[in-house]
Design a protein around this ligand. Structure first.
Ligand SMILES: [Zn+2]
Length: 383
């Protein structure tokens, strides 16, 4: 279990094609993991996921712990059985949600602000659902993920915001090390799932490198880069990814957390990243925004592929009479049925779930077909 094989290493860059053996099946990398926050990729059925080409989904520990509860899910056979998804699942540790949702500040009643409190033992936080107090520790984060029974579990880390000072980031890096050791101990107790350590270090090169060296020393089968895409510029994301991929063990798959714009995926694959997750394609769809191939001025280039793309919002009035579909060559069901932009706009305006569903399918298909294009180029050593 958890064997990683490099099937092809590009001669042009650090990009590679590989496979990871997981308890619920084999995943071919580079891979994109759609986010199924509460155990469903919003509006999609399992058939939709399979048709798009999804091999592994991500579920959020924080949300599932609060509702319906990890113990309930364990009782009903684990998350795969509960949601009837027989392919791999990765769960995050919940740390990111605890720290990032409004920087841990929650307001339930007027003038009642509560902020998450970080200590060495763990984090005291307040549920965004009902304001109830909870205490999360590295051990507890692992226990919850064991109850969910996911294929890949993430270590509980401290993820400081992009605005954090060097001193704050240095402390977070040190604490993340110590917390990883505790996660590892807990993971070895019974279940022994693939536990993934996370590199922190913000925008500080020496801290990132130190954190990566620590990751290399662990026996973890996958190594993750966290704390990117937390509000910094694209240039900074690339810079940090380059520093980390320069130090991280190349024999293990590397997971860049939370990065998902097409151009960011393409550049990161070139730097040797193998795994991605991001809420963008699904979240944008819910706001009427789609990614389409385009030659129009202002379209964005994607490294290594021969097309550009644009992000458009179908709620704009200019699409009111537009009878064209999004992309005639796209294989997704929205484009295959040639639903017009006018009709899609109407569905979105009426808040018909069908509209969001179709846009979600299209955006994910866009990402999956981009990765398929990139893989072909890696195989031909032209990437
Ligand atoms: Zn489409």
């Amino acid at each position: 279990m958890y064997e990683y094989k490099i099937l092809h290493q590009s001669t042009q860059s650090d990009s590679r094609i590989g496979t990871i053996n997981l308890p619920h099946g084999v995943v071919e990398t580079p891979v994109f993991m759609p986010v199924g926050t509460v155990g469903a990729v919003k509006t999609l059925t399992l058939d939709d996921l399979v048709n798009i080409g999804v091999q592994i989904i991500l579920a959020n520990t924080y949300h599932l712990y609060l509702r319906p509860g990890d113990k309930l899910i364990k009782l009903l056979g684990g998350l795969n059985q509960y949601i009837k998804w027989n392919k791999p699942i990765l769960t995050d540790s919940g740390g990111y949600q605890i720290f990032s949702l409004g920087e841990g500040i929650r307001q339930f009643k007027k003038n009642d602000l509560r902020k998450a409190k970080i200590g060495e033992r763990g984090v005291r936080f307040y549920s965004h659902l009902d304001g109830k107090e909870h205490f999360m520790t590295p051990e507890r984060a692992i226990k919850i993920q064991h109850n969910l029974s996911s294929d890949i579990i993430m270590a509980f880390d401290e993820c400081p915001p992009a605005t954090a000072t060097r001193d704050e980031v240095e402390k977070a890096v040190a604490r993340t090390f110590r917390w990883y050791k505790r996660c590892e101990k807990e993971n070895q107790k019974n279940f022994r799932r693939a536990l993934v350590p996370i590199c922190q270090g913000g925008k500080f090169k020496d801290l990132r490198e130190k954190s990566c060296r620590f990751l290399n020393k662990t026996s973890a089968p996958i190594l993750a880069i966290g704390g990117v895409s937390v509000g910094e510029s694209k240039k900074d994301i690339y810079k940090v990814t380059k520093w980390c991929t320069g130090v991280l063990d190349k024999k293990r798959p590397k997971y860049l957390m939370g990065v998902g714009y097409p151009e960011d995926i393409a550049k990161s694959v070139k730097m040797g990243i193998d795994m991605f997750d991001c809420v963008l394609p699904t979240r944008l769809a819910r706001h009427g925004t789609v990614w389409v191939k385009s030659k129009a001025p202002g379209s964005k280039t994607i490294y290594g592929v021969d097309y550009k793309y644009r992000q458009i919002n179908l709620l704009q009035s200019k699409y009111r009479l537009d009878r064209d579909t999004l992309d005639e060559k796209c294989r997704c069901k929205l484009c295959r049925e040639r639903f017009s932009k006018s009709y899609l706009r109407h569905l979105l305006k009426e808040r018909e779930p069908l509209g969001i569903h179709l846009l979600t399918v299209h955006n994910l298909t866009f990402v999956f077909d981009l990765i398929a294009d990139i893989k072909l180029k890696i195989t031909n050593n032209s990437y």
